[in-house]
Ligand binder design. Sequence first.
Ligand SMILES: C[S@@+](CC[C@H](N)C(=O)[O-])C[C@H]1O[C@@H](n2cnc3c(N)ncnc32)[C@H](O)[C@@H]1O
Length: 221
Amino acid sequence: MENEFKKSVDAAYLEFKVEPMDQLYSNKIAGYFSRLRVKKILKEANFKDKKVLDLGCEAGYVSLMMNQAHAKVTSFDLCIPALKKFKEKLIKHNIKDITPFAAIAQKLPLKDSQFDYVVATEVFEHMPELDKVISESFRVLKPGGKLIVTFPNEYLRKKVYWIAKLFGIHTEVEDEVTLYEYSKKEIIDKLSKKFTVKKVYTFPWYFRITHMMVSEKHLTN
Ligand SMILES: C[S@@+](CC[C@H](N)C(=O)[O-])C[C@H]1O[C@@H](n2cnc3c(N)ncnc32)[C@H](O)[C@@H]1O
């Protein structure tokens, strides 16, 4: 497992160096589905004044969008260069209420039962010991809190590589850094060990590239 973990850290650093999400969001065409995913997440939740954990925040695009939606955002990632970029953005935009920190999702340096939402978007496919990540998300959520997860529909992703290449996406790097190709069922099974899975869908309807799942920590837990 140590080896698996090292592989995932190397992959995270490689991805941020060669194909950062941060860059993709600002690409007008290639970033379209990524921006759409973030819009869907914002629609899925009422973030106003809620405590939200952005799990695997990279350089902070999703955190910043949730901050704009008036969430109280806590962000972490294991990739130090990504966090550095995020911090530069915070300084540039004079945003003082987010302090991103380095941590690993499998063992969070955070107290129990404090968040209304945990947002894990496009991260599960990069993480070993996913059961631990889900358990840690469960632990830090308040009873009634929600875990919002998105991950790629692998079946479609591979088929559209040739189109992605046309838009400058390094699909060979995508392959190298996507360490786990989970099916919808596999993730539902893992989530169901801890959570009540409330919603599952794949979007957009005309190009079903992203799976979205919303799960709830039971009120009596
Ligand atoms: C594809 S990026 C997604 C970034 C962001 N969530 C988004 O949707 O824009 C995956 C991120 O997960 C981070 N990551 C991978 N494994 C991690 C772990 N075990 N703990 C914390 N972050 C991790 C990587 O460093 C990377 O920034």
